[in-house]
Write a protein that binds this ligand. Structure first.
Ligand code: UDP
Ligand code: MN
Length: 325
């Protein structure tokens, strides 16, 4: 009788254990969220997916805390995400709204981005004002006209507009200790990957990366050795102190504020030297921070939009409606 009882007990034991384990596992599973989680882009550079691996504590930590009677201490506050300030010069032309639409669609996916749109015009246009009001982005709308004498082929473009953006930044942050920020010159016709913003957000002083489709080559890039920029891969004027396109660098807000006189120059600036003239005022080649896997990835393209064919556009308005294009 005793042995029968024992054998039954040992037959049942594994089953009892399995049931206990399953109950235990089930209660440990976190409850599903009541509302669907917002989509967090891994490129948003923000609070979501990209930061998860940085959480402190190993896998064993959760179990430790569950047994404590006091609630776990709140996690330390995350440092504020540096704001990316994108300065975009723009001018009226048939493709302007299309360019701005592409740009806004990109920027909208980037966390904590402030768009400084500077019109090359004597006044803010209705088209751009309306566009920005509906863009769903934190933005500042500035304008400054390029003097007529500088509107010639071969002369640098958008000098006054970029300087207006710089002046706004300095004025806005001049009287207080600067919040962390990164400045980037984003022409309205280029193509920007979302990864680019993740890279530039960690800029400490001045960061650099390759640019595709520029300088008569498939790409230009800073040459990097042991984490430092030692030269430039370029097919055009390799003697430039910083042989880099406007789309190939970012500057921390702190550097912009501590070099209040650094601006884009008209006088004495040769074509293609805008970037070098500006960067010379705020940094040195040795100081540059290479991004995009030591400058081996193209994350931005110097695309240029083809001039549109308006050969069949009527001289006088013929349509029954007036449409903004
Ligand atoms: N731009 C401007 N006024 C002009 C020509 C250009 O504000 O008269 C702006 C343009 O919208 C762009 C930037 O300046 O954001 C650079 O111009 P563009 O793309 O024509 O130059 P590139 O592609 O040759 O560097
Ligand atoms: Mn361009």
């Amino acid at each position: 009788m005793k042995s029968v009882l024992f054998s039954r007990f040992f037959i049942l034991l594994p089953w009892i254990l399995i049931v206990i384990i399953m109950l235990d596992v089930d209660t440990r599973r976190p409850a599903p969220p009541l509302t669907p989680r917002p989509y967090l882009s891994p490129y948003a550079g923000g609070r979501g997916a990209a930061r998860l691996p940085l959480r402190r504590g190993g896998p064993g930590r959760g179990r430790e805390q569950r047994n404590e009677s006091r609630p776990p201490p709140p996690p330390p506050p995350e440092p504020p995400l540096p704001t990316i300030y994108a300065i975009t010069p723009t001018y009226s032309r048939p493709v302007q709204k299309a360019e701005l639409t592409r740009l806004a669609n990109t920027f909208r996916q980037v966390a904590q981005l402030h768009w400084i749109l500077v019109e090359d015009a004597a006044a803010r246009s209705e088209l751009v004002s309306r566009f920005l009001a509906r863009a769903g982005l934190p933005s500042t709308h500035l304008h400054v006209p390029t003097p007529r004498r500088y509107k010639r082929p071969g002369l640098p473009r958008a000098t006054e507009q970029r300087n207006a953006g710089l002046a706004w930044l300095r004025q806005r942050h001049g009287h207080q200790r600067a919040q962390p920020g990164v400045l980037f010159f984003a022409d309205d016709d280029n193509t920007y990957s979302l990864e680019l913003f993740q890279e530039m957000r960690t800029t400490r002083k001045v960061s650099v990366w390759p640019v595709g489709l520029v300088g008569g080559r498939r790409y230009e890039r800073p040459l990097v050795e042991n984490g430092k920029v030692v030269g430039w891969y370029t097919g055009w004027r390799a003697d430039r102190p910083f042989a880099i396109d406007m789309a190939g660098f970012a500057v921390s807000l702190q550097v912009i504020l501590s070099n209040p006189k650094a601006v884009f120059k008209r006088r004495g600036s040769q074509p293609g030297m805008q970037e070098s003239d500006f960067l010379k005022q705020i940094t040195t080649v040795e100081e540059l921070e290479p991004k995009a896997s030591n400058c081996t990835k193209v994350l931005v393209w110097h695309t240029r939009t083809e001039k549109v064919n308006l050969a069949n556009e009527p001289k006088y308005h013929l349509d029954a409606v007036t449409i903004e294009v």
